[in-house]
Write a protein that binds this ligand. Structure first.
Ligand SMILES: O=C(O)COP(=O)(O)O
Ligand SMILES: [Mg+2]
Length: 238
């Protein structure tokens, strides 16, 4: 029998760059938008570092980098066009990182509640996770539209954890970029940082608690943070 030793713990996962390698499809859509507007395509690897703040930020920064002046008046139509294209191509190349399914299954079997806290719109997150057969692992998929403030606000994480019936004092964030570490710090939660994601800042400089170079290492990182929690608690109670 598996020991349900993570009972009472909630793990919140970022989506893009943490659970799923999405950059080819996101940047593919960005590049089709750029070409449509007579602008040069942006190289895949440099544009990937724009992922993390949501699709609108990717679009705006992608256009600005290509030398276009950002026009707020035309932004809503451009954004709508971007989303329509992305929906068509959302799982052309996007795949879970190695070890995601097995690791999520193990964490669930050990009693942890899992949720997604992403700056990707909830409808797009649900569509993508559904296509990749990942929805079943999560008690909730919480995009910025389902909370009072998006990452890096701690409210995103606290509200997501509460939504699944978890306790923010026994919750851990797993992410790849500064919105994730910022939100975790703001929420007073420990943060595990995936070094295989899309951060323009070096992962070791993001201010997380543990770095992981492969998704499957998240389980050991969680175990370490949970032990730390109980050690601190024992010291405080002594
Ligand atoms: O779509 C984005 O830019 C951000 O999504 P993430 O919060 O899951 O990294
Ligand atoms: Mg991310």
């Amino acid at each position: 029998m598996i020991d349900r030793d993570l009972e009472g713990w909630t793990i919140a996962f970022d989506l893009d760059g943490t659970l799923v390698e999405t950059h080819q499809d996101l940047v593919g859509t960005l590049n089709r938008m750029l070409v449509k507007h007579g602008l040069p395509e942006t190289p895949m690897e440099s544009a990937a570092s724009l992922i993390g703040g949501g699709a609108r930020a990717l679009l705006q920064h992608g256009f600005e980098r290509a030398g276009a002046s950002w026009d707020e008046a035309h932004a809503p139509a451009l954004f709508e066009d971007f989303i329509a294209d992305y929906v068509e191509h959302i799982d052309d190349h996007s795949r879970p990182f190695d070890g995601v399914v097995e690791t999520l299954e193990r964490l669930s079997a050990r009693g942890a509640i899992l949720c997604v806290a992403t700056n990707k719109r909830s409808d797009l997150s649900e569509l993508l996770l559904g296509k990749l057969d990942l929805t079943r692992h999560f008690a909730a998929i919480v995009g910025p539209d389902r909370v009072s403030a998006r990452k890096p606000s701690g409210a995103h994480l606290i509200e997501a954890v509460k939504l699944v019936g978890g306790d923010p004092a026994r919750a851990i964030m797993v992410g790849d970029a500064s919105p994730d570490t910022g939100a975790a710090q703001d929420a007073g939660m420990p943060c595990i940082v995936a070094t295989f994601g899309y951060s323009p800042i070096a992962p070791e400089d993001l201010g997380g608690d543990v770095l992981i170079d492969a998704f499957e290492d998240v389980e050991e990182a969680i175990d370490g943070l949970v032990v730390d929690f109980y050690v601190q608690k024992a010291l405080a109670d002594a």
